[in-house]
Design a protein around this ligand. Structure first.
Ligand code: HEC
Length: 194
């Protein structure tokens, strides 16, 4: 009986005290450049994967047209490119985040996959709508409409396929050429400061 009580005391008091002590004095990783916890990646990935698998919408409600890809590319340029980079140009700070923001126009797996083109659009939609806790990946549920979140998700799911040139220009960081302003035709008077 005495041993049982001792076991309970150790379990309930001592173990949490040791864990708390390690948090306070053990220098656990808190900086971006610190080493990860043991099995950190696996521990985080298991519940996330299970949740997304359970919740995600398997069939996108839109059959993407060229206009959807172009709209998705506009959204990408405005909302995502700062962290996830452009085609051919990485984000300046993504590699200095923890976890890093993956560059979604990079080819990997022997060039077969571009960004998350190997993920179903429903999985990307879940991540865009809900965000990913403790990573810097925002939730866009209150920022973009459902259609906009699908447009950017189907764009990313098709990143390994030919896309409309306008969409490619946008995700390459080239803003579409603005319509010529009327005053561009009128030559400015020499010497006149603007
Ligand atoms: C402030 C930075 C930031 C912005 C802005 C951002 N993300 Fe992310 N995103 C992240 C980070 C960091 C991760 C990595 C999370 C992880 O490793 O668990 C991530 C992960 C993702 C993933 C999962 C990648 C994978 O390999 O599974 C997708 C998809 C994604 N983001 C899409 C988007 C889209 C689409 C937008 C714009 C609508 C966006 N993100 C905007 C930081 C950002």
């Amino acid at each position: 009986m005495g041993r049982l009580v001792l076991g309970i005391v150790i379990g309930l008091v001592l173990v949490p005290c040791i864990v708390l002590g390690w948090f306070k004095w053990g220098n656990p990783p808190v900086a971006v450049t610190d080493h990860p916890f043991p099995f950190e990646k696996q521990i985080v990935a298991i519940p996330r994967h299970a949740r997304i698998e359970r919740d995600m919408i398997k069939t996108p409600p839109i059959q993407p047209t060229a206009d959807d890809f172009i709209a998705g590319a506009h959204i990408y340029q405005e909302q995502c490119s700062a962290c996830h980079g452009f085609h051919g140009k990485h984000s300046d700070f993504a590699a200095h985040m923890y976890p890093r923001a993956p560059q979604l126009w990079d080819r990997h797996h022997n060039g077969k996959v571009v960004g998350v083109s190997d993920d179903p659009p429903g999985e990307t939609y879940w991540k865009v709508a809900n965000g990913i806790r403790l990573t810097g990946m925002p939730s866009y549920e209150k920022i973009l409409s459902t259609t906009q979140m699908w447009q950017v998700s189907v764009l990313l799911a098709n990143a390994d396929k030919p896309l409309p040139p306008e969409a490619v220009a946008l995700v390459s960081g080239q803003t579409p050429a603005p319509a010529p302003a009327p005053e561009a035709q009128t030559p400015t008077k020499p010497g006149k400061k603007r």
